[in-house]
Ligand binder design. Sequence first.
Ligand SMILES: [Zn+2]
Length: 465
Amino acid sequence: MKLQFLGAAQTVTGSMHLLSANGTRVLLDCGLFQGKRAEAFERNRNFPFDASTIDAVVLSHAHIDHAGNLPNLVRNGFRGKIYATGATRDLSNVMLYDSAYVQERDIEYVNKQHRKRNEPLVKPLYTSEDVGQTVNQMVGVRYHQKVEVAEGITITFFDAGHVLGSAVTLIEVREGERTRTVGFTGDLGRKNMPILRDPEPLGDVDFWISESTYGGRIHEPVTGMEDKLEGILKRTIDRGGKLIVPAFSVGKTQEFLYVLFTLNDSGRLPSVPIFVDSPLSVNTTEVFKMHPECFDKETLTYLLNNEDPFGFGRLKFVRSVEESKKLNELDEPCVIIASSGMCEAGRILHHLANNAGDPRHTVLVVGFMAEHTLGRRIVERDPQIKIFGEFYPLRAEVAVMNSFSAHAGQDELVDYTRTIDKRKLKQMFLVHGELTQAQLLSGKLSEAGYDKIAIPARGDGVELS
Ligand SMILES: [Zn+2]
């Protein structure tokens, strides 16, 4: 049995690992790599293998850095099944169509530049037709249901508590008389987060592939999040400003809405308008409502009492571009939630261009901002930020709430790993984290008595015996 790390190795995007055994090849995740445009373009376009030789894909969750390159895999000849939970399949459906739309718009911009320089035109990474084919190949699998995905290879999903439908995967590989197990976190969530259940242990494994996004950081406790948000809201409104929240359409938006809902429920939400400015968020919120089987008890109770924690009375969902533009003319305190989460694309860019220069406003960061993204420059409070090729001063307040993180922090990653017996674990691989974060986590795990920890680089392969 061989494992190759082909993406999200010493970085956080482009999750993709290849497991080969019994002459079959199973791909774990097939995510988009995000970063500098030219590099991302090259890396996403070219797979380091022939796509038609892959027998099956196991998808941990619907986030675009885990699922976003699947249509390109299909476009390149992959005809096998893609195994995911039902909620992941439904969310991927919405997100991949949106991603195809983004790819097509993106390529228009690239080709405009190419035309100016008389260079040959390029095609988008994939189109909505490829997405249609991809969704057709997706198979919904329940949590805890064991399924054979290739000769001698079975998978079982456990709740990862990271986003609706997210899974930690237990892979059992039978070669001859021997059976060995591999565990893969995908992305691991946190305990006590709104909406979702807590991450669920998967039992002992021989080999363990763990994410390490926040391997070096300890998050604020989940419990204080309502108070902190109330404080940020209050001082922004007192200044007459807008609260601008860049949020991933999937997960973060719904969690943020949920916390606003609980503030509202306890009479602590100031009476300002709240806008969710993203057609994708509207659609994904609908998918959330279709999957109560993934909710925690509290959310289920709200729903049973006919309360809608994602669409309570005060919200306005903004679908059309015209409505979105009107928000710019609004000169009164309000909350605007818009994607994309890392401020690389989407309607958030217009809101930032219009409001970043005014110290009355607040940009509230609730998600991870990868290196070289506009979001990271905002977190680092660069005095000037570049949007659509122009520089804007950053004078708005920048507030950060790590407690919204959908990823486990260092202590939570260590705690989850402790559910695996260290005497049985043969080797551990830390992926999906910048190198320093992975190294810091590795140090903590060693202190907890775990050894044989590797931090593979992209392209590294290991024989698992
Ligand atoms: Zn994720």
